[in-house]
Write a protein that binds this ligand. Structure first.
Ligand code: NAP
Length: 523
């Protein structure tokens, strides 16, 4: 398939007229054809008008039809075969096996959302039957279901060119909820975006859905991205990227005449707490796991363990020596873009100015390669210096040495919001861990014991969220089936005749949902 470099607006391929975007192979710095001319405001306008026109019919598709649409997208992505894998590897610098795995995750999450849609639990149907004889006042018949919020703008992420981009988690959950989607492609992987965009467009046609259900725009975030967020027909935004980008989108969304929610996943350093008994029993093994997690994929994961906190002493020294040894053997790996590489370099230079360097990985042998860095500092320095808490996207991490339990608690309290917090503990550590838990629950969206935060399962119980700056809305998750709730809102129907009610709310329960009726869950 020849890539065209065109925008995809409601099924039509349209040439943009703004500055050209070229993918760059970060492993070679080679520019990849074709050029993607950016869209302008009228392209945003067209995409949003089509999305709005599609909304009312798409949102009333049957659960089965919507589930089949999600499954058809997965089938169409798989049908792209090696062409997709080759292009994504070239545009991201990520290893082939990783991209193959990410395609599996992308299609898996589309199919998981299909299962979720079919089950219909997300409609959260509640029925409170009329009580005409109630004294002193009768009660009306009240019925609630969830409906989709409207067209959603999705910003593709650089670090998951498949699983969090054009057909990634944000798009899958918005489609599952019944929302049309307009994607602003990430400028680092336009070819990958076009291939996946074409796969979605084919699925829209095969499933006989209105063409405006999906559009794909290329162009600059500040022009196309902000115009999209400002369009009155867009009702919510999904984003994964930098703190500054996420905040810019939140501010634009709040400044609209009709403000809308932005679900931005931004910045997290994922603290790991090492408790004394665990450290004494297995400092070496914990160090191996730590550096494996830190250096995986050049550390370009939002759940990268960027911070370790423990009490100073001989066991922590053993841990630091073991971690340093592994870091020194870690090969430098290609980062996603020259810009992300430059930001990493600036970050480690800054950190080296404020903390002690423990070890560096093997030096780079090619362009844009991340050399792992390990730092250490005292709790006092960490508490005094906000720069040590900044996310450095890549394989850099800092170990904070605390004098006692009180300092550990102080460091924990001082942390910004996080996606994850990890505890390494043995039985003897349980009382200390228990006393830290209330703080960590306030700080993070996912708490782990004796594991590593990288590797986020797509399932019903997952929370990939957390207080700011981990995300812009602490109440939600962007991974897992609960992500659908970001794009839904409840509507209550009072005293409706049965024939006017949505099917899911009708008296005979024709959809066969597990509804909450007069306080009892139907089976
Ligand atoms: P980014 O710069 O935030 O870009 C992400 C998307 O947002 C792009 O489409 C970009 O458009 C758009 N955008 C950025 N700033 C904007 C603004 N002010 N107004 C409107 N749109 C804007 O993220 P990135 O390119 O993926 O990586 C840059 C840095 O983000 C990394 O070095 C890392 O620190 C951080 N990051 C964090 C995570 C995480 O999961 N925590 C993931 C990825 C990146 P353009 O096409 O114009 O660039």
């Amino acid at each position: 398939m020849n890539l065209t470099g065109k925008l995809l607006i409601g099924g039509h391929a349209i040439t943009g007229d703004r500055a050209a975007i070229h993918a760059i192979n970060p492993a070679t710095n080679e520019t990849l054809a074709p050029a993607y001319l950016g869209g302008n405001e009228s392209h945003v306008e067209q995409a949003c008008a089509l999305a709005w026109a599609a909304f009312d019919s798409y949102r009333e598709t049957t659960l089965e039809a919507r589930a089949r649409f999600l499954e058809t997208i997965a089938d169409e992505i798989e049908a792209l075969g090696d062409e997709l894998i080759d292009r994504t590897v070239a545009e991201s610098g990520l290893p082939r096996a990783r991209i193959q795995g990410e395609r599996g995750r992308t299609c898996g999450q589309l199919r998981t959302f299909a299962r979720t849609v079919r089950a219909g639990e997300w409609l959260d149907v509640r029925v409170d039957s009329a009580l005409p004889e109630r004294q002193p006042l009768p009660r009306s018949d009240l019925r609630q279901r969830h409906i989709p919020v409207g067209p959603v703008a999705v910003f593709g992420a650089s670090n998951f060119p498949l699983a969090f981009s054009v057909a990634g988690g944000d798009t899958a959950s918005a489609f599952a909820a019944g929302c049309p989607v307009v994607v602003k492609a990430h400028s680092a992987h336009p070819g990958t975006s076009e291939l996946v965009g074409l796969a979605i467009t084919r699925a829209v046609t095969k499933c006989e859905l209105p063409a405006g259900v999906f559009s794909l725009l290329f162009g600059s975030g500040r022009e196309v991205g902000i115009s999209l967020v400002n369009d009155p027909r867009i009702k919510a935004v999904g984003f994964t990227g930098s703190r500054s980008g996420g905040i810019a989108l939140c501010q634009a969304a709040q400044a609209r005449p009709e403000p809308i929610p932005v679900y931005a996943e931004m910045s997290s350093i994922n603290p790991v707490f090492l408790f004394p008994a665990a450290l004494q029993a297995r400092a070496d093994a914990i160090a191996q796991g730590y550096i494996a997690s830190l250096t995986m994929g050049s550390g370009q994961f939002c759940t990268n363990p960027g911070l370790v906190i423990a009490k100073q002493g001989p066991d922590l020294n053993r841990f630091i020596s073991a971690a340093a040894e592994v870091v020194q053997r870690a090969n430098a790996q290609t980062m996603l873009t020259p810009g992300i590489f430059a930001a990493y370099q600036a970050g480690v230079t800054d950190m080296a100015a404020h903390a002690q360097t423990v070890a560096r990985g093997v030096e780079a042998t090619g362009p844009n390669q991340c050399q792992a860095h390990l730092f250490t500092t005292t709790a006092r320095e960490f508490l005094a210096n906000p720069a040590l808490q900044a996310e450095n996207f890549g394989s850099a991490s800092i170990i904070v040495q605390c004098a006692d339990d009180a300092e550990i608690r102080q460091v924990a309290e001082h942390l910004e919001g996080q996606l994850t917090a990890t505890l390494h503990l043995d039985d003897a550590d349980l009382p200390a861990a228990r006393s830290l838990l209330p703080t960590l629950e306030r700080k993070a969206g996912r708490l782990l014991v004796n594991g590593w935060p990288t590797g986020v399962e797509v399932c019903d119980a997952m929370v990939h969220g957390g207080p700011f700056p981990a995300t812009s809305d602490t109440r939600t998750t962007s991974v897992g089936t609960a992500a659908i709730f970001r794009f839904l809102r409840p509507v209550c129907y009072q005293d409706f005749p049965d024939s006017l009610l949505p099917t899911a709310l009708q008296h005979g329960n024709p959809v066969g949902l597990r509804r909450l009726v007069d306080g009892q869950r139907e089976v």
